[in-house]
Design a protein around this ligand. Structure first.
Ligand code: NAD
Length: 360
């Protein structure tokens, strides 16, 4: 297969971690006889330096002309970088919000997997973490409370603030379909999280998700209230496969889930639209404290590239091979500084990329 990949290395550790992910993609392409064509694009601080804005229309057009986007991270040290003296709409992060909107990326996918080799970094009790867990949180990204009407005004002499949580059935249906499609490629279980005992928007959410489930008889659907889900995540995280939820619940639950995996350098993510198009990036930021030192952990970006193979290109064997190579490299005792533990061998960012390539 021939695929076009837009590559946004970004700022800080971005160029280092993306180079390793591209190395891994090239190795997978060689092994499975594919051709990946890369278009290098600027976004974030590096685009401000060259173009005066964090994201140009040309970059958006080039992303749209590609089959998927691989991104590093953007932004600099928010206290010392001159980028943060600019107005908010010209700062590096403004590019992130704009690209998500322009590309119609409404579904955010965050796998949270506890590698047995790293279970020491999990803050849960050993009797819970020793079971391991492997879940994917799918968060609706463009609707709900964060995008509803809001206002602050004085009502009868009292300052009053109002935020609105609104979803229509089409917004719910498209993310529910995405969740079931992803579950079909995993362990075929969907947990839909809502607050249907209180909120109208959650009652509609539950109704539409249940309707969509009828088209996926192989997938088990369960509904769970958000407060219970927050408890279950720390009590028995192994029960979850795909969890689908609205924007604000997903914001909170995905951070809770990422904490119990232990390391930010291990967490991939994807944002997708209605087609197979997606933007793939590590969950962490640009880590200005270690940028340019070949110290960063490239695994989150490499796993994001594996998600691209799986969800945008339908290359399941290739994605499995990358995931397995990461596990094998950890099994063999290699670690970057952020996940280092006694008895392991510390390697650089580029060495980690090489070791993973050797195991594909
Ligand atoms: P950060 O994630 O960049 O760093 C937090 C800590 O985690 C640091 O100690 C860093 O060294 C470490 N870390 C992060 N990724 C790592 C990796 N791959 N390997 C090893 N260690 C890693 O968060 P921050 O310091 O709050 O933000 C720094 C900059 O990144 C800011 O400008 C912020 O706006 C930006 N940011 C960008 C994105 C994105 O591009 N999507 C996301 C979050 C933050």
């Amino acid at each position: 297969m021939n695929k076009k990949i837009a590559v946004i290395k970004g700022d800080g550790i971005g160029p280092e971690i993306v180079s390793e992910a591209v190395k891994v993609l090239d190795k997978a392409a060689e092994k499975y006889a594919h051709t990946f064509e890369y278009t290098q694009l600027l976004m974030g601080g590096c685009s401000i330096d060259v173009n005066g804005v964090p994201l140009t229309d040309e970059t958006i057009a080039a992303c749209k002309a590609s089959d998927a986007v691989l991104m590093g991270s953007i932004g600099g040290d928010t206290t010392t970088s001159p980028w943060y003296k600019l107005p908010a709409n010209l700062r590096p992060e403004a590019g992130l919000l704009k690209i998500r909107k322009e590309l119609g990326l409404f579904a955010n996918l965050r796998p949270c997997l506890l590698y047995p080799q790293l279970s020491g970094a999990c803050p849960l009790k050993e009797e819970i973490s020793s079971n391991g867990f492997d879940m994917l949180i799918m968060r609706e990204l463009t609707g709900g409370l964060y995008f509803g009407e809001r206002r602050t005004e004085e009502v009868d002499g009292v300052m009053t603030a109002v935020d609105t949580l609104s979803y229509n059935e089409n917004e719910i249906r498209r993310i529910a379909i995405k969740a079931f499609e992803v579950a079909m490629k995993r362990s075929k279980k969907v947990t839909s999280v809502d607050k249907a005992n209180v909120l109208d928007s959650s009652r509609l959410w539950r109704k539409v998700v249940t309707e969509v489930a009828a088209d996926y008889p192989e997938v088990t659907l369960e509904h769970m209230l958000v407060d219970n889900t927050a408890m279950q995540l720390v009590k028995n995280p192994a029960q979850f496969d795909v969890m689908v939820t609205e924007n604000m619940f997903g914001d909170i639950l995905s951070d809770e889930a990422s904490m119990i995996t232990g390391s930010i350098g291990m967490l991939p993510s994807a944002s997708m639209n209605e087609t197979k198009f997606g933007l793939y990036e590590p969950s962490g930021g640009s880590a200005p404290d270690i940028a340019g030192q070949n110290k960063a952990n490239p695994i989150a970006t490499i796993l994001s590239a594996a998600m691209m193979l799986r969800y945008s290109f339908d290359m399941t064997d290739e994605a499995d091979a990358v995931d397995a190579a990461v596990k094998q490299t950890l099994n063999d005792g290699f670690r970057t500084g952020d996940i280092m533990s006694d008895g392991c061998k510390m390697v650089s960012c580029s060495e980690m990329g090489d070791l993973i390539c050797e195991r594909i």
